[in-house]
Design a protein around this ligand. Sequence first.
Ligand SMILES: [Zn+2]
Length: 438
Amino acid sequence: MRTKGIPIQQLLLALALLAGVCWNLARAGELRGVTVDTGATGTRAEIQLDREVEYRLIPLSSPERLAVDLPGVALRKGLALPSGGGLVRAVRSGHPVPGTTRIVFDLSDKVAALRPRFEPGGNGPRLVLEWPGDGAAAAATPTTAAPAATDPLAILTQGAVTGAQAPEVAPQPAKAPEVLPQPAVMRPLVIAIDAGHGGQDPGSRGPSGTREKDVALAIAKELARQVDATPGMKAYLTRDSDYYIPLNQRARKASAAGADIFLSIHADAWTSPSAKGAGVFVLSTRGASSQRARWLADKENASDIIGGAVPAGKNGDAVLTSVLLDLTQSGNLKASEDAASHILGQLATVGNMHKNHIERANLAVLRTSDKMPAMLVETGFISNPSEEKKLRDPVFQRRLASAILEGVDRYFSRQSPPGTLYALRAEAARSARQGGSP
Ligand SMILES: [Zn+2]
């Protein structure tokens, strides 16, 4: 059956569609709640909604904030927002234009959020925002609004805690259980720091009697302290006091500890007191980059004889070792050079460099580091009176350590192993460039 002009079915369909559009327009989305939570992987906020809606992210700096605009969404009547937690200092809401709800997260630090995603929930979908960080660092961040939420123990024992309820967890018992379940989703980068020499092997000696083994240990310990204070990193010291470890055991110990990089810390010496500057060496099994690099390898490799690990004159199966090394080292030599160049670049900002490029030498301590980038850092010339004095100075030791750490940080920011905070950050930076609803 047909009427003149428009067929009746089409007319009815058009009316039904129009009604549907009107109904959707009239029915605003509802924001049902906001929660902020901290865990081992950082800070997580959830925006509870009645359905998946369009959203827009607006990162703002000075002070750091992240605004989330939700067009066509209204706040549930009487909704209380959480007071914050972890990286989030406070949560506020507003209406930049009528009909749009804006949720503002005030942040205590400049950290890019991961790409937001919707997760299904019993009470409707949740828009999930995450700022990568490690639990300890997030906990150390002071929040003015919700002191209880900064205690990771309180959060882990309480489960999900919203900021609004946070004050209720404040009177926690003084002692928390020793071992708490940690979600095994992220591992720290393990930075292996090897203080050269030790025990019966003092290393080189400065004109006023400073021993290389003591300076190397002091710098290594300071570097470890700074590494442990860096979110996403953990230090491993091959030695933490005055004893000797055979050269071929040092990188093996680091590998067993799951190291991602191996840094052997030394101080150089030369016959002339005017020789000066730091240097960074990577392994070469095919000759040294200079006569002095060869001499340095001979000197550092003699460590085992002095330390008592190898009888003098016994060179063992050096030829076979070097053939096997050529096979295994080619892969990570590139990584070693890459990491070494970042560290060399940073050391140059602290003091003199002996050479402005990486050097290569057949260093025994690096020969067993076949699975990770590895290098030997000569922090300065202990044989040079003014550098000897600086190497003993805790302030200079701190500056050296922070330069090495900065180089390590830069390297891993570009080459981040999967499952680490550095990999999450790289992902967040990528999604920050995309922004908005998917
Ligand atoms: Zn040395």
